[in-house]
Design a protein around this ligand. Structure first.
Ligand code: BGC
Ligand code: BGC
Length: 834
């Protein structure tokens, strides 16, 4: 907010100095279209035949059918039958959604389910204009929701290849594998230009410099869609692209996901708009709006951005889709009610769970004129245009059901090439790499034989968690690739995750790095790798101490501060999130059996690498990078890397996981534990405490380690509560993302009266759930994890943007219960509303 005022004052002052002008400074978030790059969707997108067909359909459609077109529901909350009553234009599968509620459904099941939706939308019935439903999902590094599909490196790795032709080829294969299961549309490419590595979506962007997004945008759009033909529709086996997230998703302050880009319009255009103009020129059929704000104004409600800049100056003729309930964040809107968004220029609401009420409200607003008919007609025309141009009305779908194409050998070969090209060599002391295939090689680290970890987020599940190698029937782990290459050269490779061995190896390759994450769950306070624990560093040091030369292969969604790990390694490779073709790593690291180099390093950093953990911001890294943007050694380039500073620059305790409220017997971060009864409230910090009136008491107990949990005893003498309190936290994103409050607890003596679980907003109890039955169902004396969805509290009216008590338990009865952990976690199907 300060920034906005400064911007305003700045321009007022400038006007005053220029002397004379009486015009008032524009309010925050105002767009000046003339400053924006000029672009235009190809004429082929609006060819006369397509437009005439759209007009004819529009004339026949009822108001209900028009409103239906502008709404998209998630597959988890809609059945094909529903489309008879609610003629929606589109269905998506979000990151955690799959047919029949099964995230890991087979490709066959996906196709069956998508066809069932399509059939209802296109069937002939009275009072129904058949219009095919458009099915979308996040095929963002291959058709990544489907077990068996080839998984390409995430965009952070592709950015390092600097190879637009490769990007086009990847787009083509992604489209083919998506077409196999009947998908029409992918929510990609991401054209973010991430400016702060703390952002959990950094890996979805190609790089911090807009030149890469500018070069890749048209390559990916045309790879996915093909070129738009002057007449007729794009070829079969092609996929509708969406350029996302419009705009400045990667420009938010502190890298906060869904945050605010507090920057000038010049910066907005210079950094963040650069990929969009070429994407539009290349024929991108859809654009997806960013959750974030610019100068404090939510993009979903910013007419200047969506209408004046995007559709006006940049000549975009396709349609604009919102993000997952993103319209609900516009001031005055909710997920089920938001005429502001469509009036600002949104053409299709992504309304995963609230589509039914949104349909009713939007219909009413169209009737009343609150949404002008011309605006609704324009939105529907754009949607019909895209459906026609994409060939959704044609019945031939030659790739559907050709399941052998998922993870086909040539697709895998392409992905493996992408892995080879994406690896960036940061250090290679004494030319340790490439390794002779005849050597005895130890392969260690928890990433060595884990295809899920090497693939990262947006892989089968939303966060990329919960995957095992069995989920990748065509994939190969990094270990498996190394073992093949070494076997071919007569050497011996041994897998040992913890690095232990009986006979000393010639060299160790240690594969380690970030655990999978997506969206805001990957936001971090600073760039230090493994703050506090340094488990992998200990492994590297142990090997070095045993006289084994160490090659580190670092898996991550972004550059992190890893100076201690680099010092402890003889060679260090940034491998990003390479995906299912781990064999590409061995292609570069291991020589051919005849001793020649199989493949040299090619990748160059698309984000500068930090020299201090506090260098999240691009500007800070640019001043003093450890490795500059564009850095990357080859086998001929023997530039040495001396000993790096091991001063992270951030104090101890500055870190910590914002999702953890209570652990190891104490409240975490800024949170405190309070015990309250009729006598008042008191903070409980040490191992022992009691509420002022003595109705609830706390003492230390063991849970796996000494005194790592706390036991709470309610006496039954009046109502008493235990509560986690702190400064207001905004848990809106976590609620929208279906996270849950997880409690690891043990019931020691059952409750003699009802137990409530409360949530506090802005200092007051704002929602309360009855936990009595859930607790009563827990076996006495055993540790159990209970997960309660945040959405349960929102449904009771809690304002999730100002949570001051994320957890509290209250009873007037007697109860004994021990608590080890209270944290926010992903709902993996095991969270409930009690
Ligand atoms: C993400 C988008 C994604 C959409 C659908 C949103 O939460 O921000 O990138 O396309 O969900 O899964
Ligand atoms: C994501 C979806 C995901 C959902 C989980 C959203 O924020 O974008 O893709 O499926 O949360 O419920």
């Amino acid at each position: 907010m300060k920034m906005h005022r400064a911007l305003l004052l700045g321009s007022i002052a400038a006007l005053a100095l220029a002397g004379g002008s009486t015009s008032v400074a524009a309010p925050p978030g105002t767009v000046h279209p003339k400053l924006w790059p000029k672009a235009h969707s190809p004429a082929a997108m609006t060819d006369p035949r397509t437009e005439a067909r759209a007009s004819a359909l529009l004339r026949r459609m009822s108001l209900e059918e028009k409103v239906g077109q502008v709404i998209q529901a998630d597959i988890a909350s809609i059945t094909p039958e529903d489309l008879k009553t609610y003629p929606l234009g589109s269905v998506l599968a979000g990151g955690n959604s799959g047919p029949g509620g099964d995230d890991r459904a087979s490709a066959q099941t996906w196709l069956k389910s998508i066809r069932a939706f399509r059939a209802v939308s296109t069937e002939a019935r009275p009072n129904h204009v058949p219009i095919p439903m458009m099915f979308g999902l996040d095929a963002v590094h291959g058709n990544n929701n489907i077990p068996g599909a080839v998984i390409f490196p995430h965009n952070v790795g592709l950015g390092a290849t600097r190879d637009p032709a490769l990007i086009g080829a990847i787009g083509r294969v992604t489209a083919e594998e998506a077409a196999v299961i009947g998908t029409d549309w992918t929510f990609g490419p991401t054209l973010a230009v991430p400016q702060d590595l703390r952002w959990g979506r950094t890996y979805e962007g190609y790089g911090e410099d807009p030149s890469i997004a500018r070069a890749y945008a048209p390559a990916m759009v045309q790879g996915l869609q093909g070129a738009l033909p002057a007449q007729g529709s794009i070829g079969r086996g092609r996929l509708i692209a969406s350029a996302k997230h419009f705009l400045a998703d990667g420009g938010t302050s502190g890298g906060r996901d869904q945050g605010d880009a507090a920057i000038s319009e010049t910066e907005l255009i210079r950094l963040h708009a650069q990929g969009y103009a070429p994407a539009i020129d290349a024929g991108a059929l859809t654009v997806l709006v960013s959750y974030s704000s610019w100068q404090g104004v939510k993009n979903h409600g910013n007419r200047g951005l969506l209408t004046d800049a995007l559709k006006g100056r940049m000549g975009f003729e396709g349609f604009v889709v919102g993000d997952w309930n993103g319209h609900g964040q516009v001031p005055g809107c909710t997920p089920t009610n938001c005429p502001q968004a469509i009036n600002a220029g949104l053409d299709m609401y992504m309304a995963p769970d609230g589509w039914k009420a949104l349909y009713t409200n939007t219909l009413q607003q169209a009737r009343s004129g609150q949404i002008p008919m011309a605006r609704l007609d324009d939105a529907v025309r754009r949607i019909l245009r895209v459906k026609l141009k994409a060939g959704l009305f044609d019945s031939a779908r030659p790739l559907e059901g050709r399941f052998e194409l998922l993870g086909a050998p040539d697709h895998r070969a392409l992905a493996r090439r992408a892995v080879r090209e994406s690896l960036v060599l940061l250090k290679n002391s004494g030319g340790l790499l490439p390794l002779k295939a005849s050597r005895k090689i130890l392969v260690a680290g928890d990433g060595a034989d884990d295809i899920g970890k090497q693939s990262g987020g947006w892989t089968i599940s939303w966060q990329g968690t919960g995957n095992s190698n069995a989920d990748f029937p065509h994939g190969q782990s990094i270990w498996s690739g190394i073992s093949e290459a070494v076997a071919a050269g007569g050497g011996k490779a041994e897998l040992s995750a913890d690095g232990s061995f009986t006979k000393r190896p010639d060299v160790a390759i240690v594969v380690f790095g970030e655990q999978p994450y997506a969206e805001f769950q990957g936001d971090i306070p600073n760039l230090e790798y493994q703050p506090g624990v340094k488990r992998d560093l200990a492994l590297l040091k142990r090997l070095k101490a045993q006289g084994v030369p160490v090659v580190s292969v670092f898996l991550s969604g972004r550059p992190l501060w890893t100076n201690p790990e680099i010092n402890a390694s003889d060679a260090f490779v940034a491998a990003w999130l390479p995906g299912s073709e781990g064999g590409g790593v061995a292609d570069v690291l291991i020589r051919k059996p005849d001793g020649s180099v199989r493949s040299d390093f090619h990748g160059r950093l698309s984000y500068a690498w930090p020299s201090k953990a506090g260098q999240g911001a691009r500007a800070d890294r640019a001043k003093a990078p450890q490795f500059a943007f564009g850095y990357g050694l080859t086998y001929a380039d023997r530039r040495g890397v001396g000993r790096l500073s091991e001063d992270s620059g951030v104090g101890q305790g500055a870190t910590g996981d914002p999702n953890v409220f209570f652990r190891t017997g104490r409240a975490q971060g800024a949170w405190i534990m309070r015990l309250t009864d009729a006598g008042g409230g008191a903070e409980a910090s040490g191992p022992k405490a009691a509420s002022p009136g003595g109705a609830v008491a706390m003492s230390a107990v063991d849970a796996g380690g000494q005194e790592t949990a706390r036991a709470f005893a309610w006496s039954g003498a009046g109502e008493a509560a235990i509560a986690i309190n702190g400064p207001a936290a905004d848990l809106q994103r976590q609620t929208n993302g279906d996270m849950a409050v997880s409690m690891r607890l043990r019931v020691d003596a059952p409750a003699t009266a009802p137990v409530r679980m409360d949530l506090g907003c802005a200092g007051k109890t704002c929602a309360s759930l009855d936990l009595t039955r859930l607790l009563a169902a827990q076996p006495s004396g055993e540790w159990r994890t209970l997960k309660v969805k945040l959405a349960c509290f929102r449904e009771l009216g809690a304002d999730m943007t100002r949570i001051t008590t994320p957890f509290a338990l209250r009873t007037a009865g007697a109860l004994k219960l021990s608590l080890a952990d209270v944290a926010l976690v992903a709902n993996t199907g095991d969270a409930v509303c009690p």
